[in-house]
Design a protein around this ligand. Structure first.
Ligand code: ADP
Ligand code: TRP
Length: 324
């Protein structure tokens, strides 16, 4: 059995890019009966950027509801909040003592954020050590992540190897990143990568009216209605194409190239596609958000299981470092 682990920060509302790029492919992977998946909400990591308790909680519920609405099986797998497993912070300390400062200074994500953010705190700097701890605490073998996280995974491997080498024992399992080169970057309403930091996201869980407005904001060029349009340079078409069946996409392409079909029509078709395709998931999401007790219960089921595994690994570490 392979153990798969991944986390998503609770730093905003989950959007279509998160769903298509991370949540849906991870759930597909978790359906393989030979895998056991640990998927968690990296709420401790989100504290590096979000300091409002209510906001962290709201985002945590939104991210949890998205995973569940898209069918993550929490009986077969393990679903939890990072902050509810205090063992992860103890392990972070041990790993800190095996992490060379220059390794952290070289992290792209830190350098990038340090140049942009007003709040450059030590949590942001040691972020990769907490991430290593997230992975090593559960003997994870495969970690599905986006390309932007590849360097963090390399650091995890280096820290684990250096620890194992020092104590002359295979205390930690050395994890492997699983980066799907085929998962494309989902464009946002302005055509750049869809991202919370660019304010260009599409939140499919909003009520119909707001979702429609959100989709109507997708930027298009000024080709007049009657003229043929190029589907390959249009962000509305790219999104439609990602969600539609082959036949639907073909028909839409013909609408574009045939003329007398406006961008407003294409946006309306995209809106209807999202609403129909994700009708069940949107309904389930809203039911979950309206029932925080059910969400809490779902998370707590996994938290008990995660702690059990984590404690086993942590005891191994406590023993070799000399605290047992
Ligand atoms: P954001 O850029 O909105 O802050 P995160 O960095 O929190 O998103 O990403 C969470 C997960 O969603 C990551 O695995 C990331 O690779 C994936 N993801 C985010 N945006 C996109 C996108 N536009 N296309 C594909 N995957 C994405
Ligand atoms: N840093 C990851 C991101 O921003 C989230 C994350 C935290 C994570 N801990 C992890 C991902 C452990 C995989 C494994 O997307």
């Amino acid at each position: 059995m392979a153990r798969i682990l991944t986390g998503i920060q609770s730093s905003g509302q989950p959007h279509l890019g998160n769903l298509l790029g991370a949540i849906i492919p991870a759930i597909e992977l978790s359906k393989n009966k030979d895998n056991q998946s640990l998927f968690f909400i990296a709420d401790l990591h989100s504290l590096t950027s979000i300091k409002e308790a209510d906001l962290i909680q709201a985002h945590t519920r939104a991210v949890a509801a998205a995973w569940l609405a898209f069918g993550f099986d929490i009986e077969k797998n393990i679903f939890y909040r990072q902050s509810r497993i205090p063992e992860v912070t103890e392990l972070t300390w041990y790993l800190n003592c095996f992490t060379p400062i220059p390794m952290l200074q070289n992290a792209h994500s830190y350098k990038d954020k340090a140049g942009k953010l007003a709040d450059v705190n030590a949590g942001l700097f040691t972020y990769p050590v907490l991430m290593a701890s997230d992975i090593l605490l559960y003997d994870a073998e495969f970690v599905p992540v986006g390309k932007d996280q590849q360097q963090h995974l390399e650091m995890t491997r280096d820290i684990a190897k250096s620890f194992n080498h020092h104590y002359g024992e295979e205390v930690f399992v050395i994890p492997e990143a699983k980066i799907d080169r085929n998962v494309m970057t989902i464009p946002g309403t302005d055509g750049q990568k869809m991202s919370k930091s660019y304010g260009n996201t599409i939140d499919i869980f909003q009520p119909d009216k707001k979702l429609r407005k959100n989709i109507m904001r997708i930027q298009t060029d000024s080709t007049p209605l009657e003229e043929p349009k190029n589907p390959d340079t249009c962000h509305v078409f790219s999104l439609y194409n990602l969600l539609a069946t082959e036949q639907e996409a073909k028909a839409m392409r013909a609408n574009y190239t045939g003329g007398n079909y406006g961008y407003g029509d294409a946006k309306q078709a995209l809106f209807e596609l999202v609403v129909n395709k994700y009708a069940d998931q949107r309904k389930r999401y809203n039911e979950l958000i309206a029932n925080p007790q059910a969400l809490e219960k779902a998370l707590q089921t996994g938290e008990a299981k995660a702690r059990d595994i984590g404690l086993g690994v942590l005891n191994r570490v406590r023993k070799v470092v000399g605290f047992r």
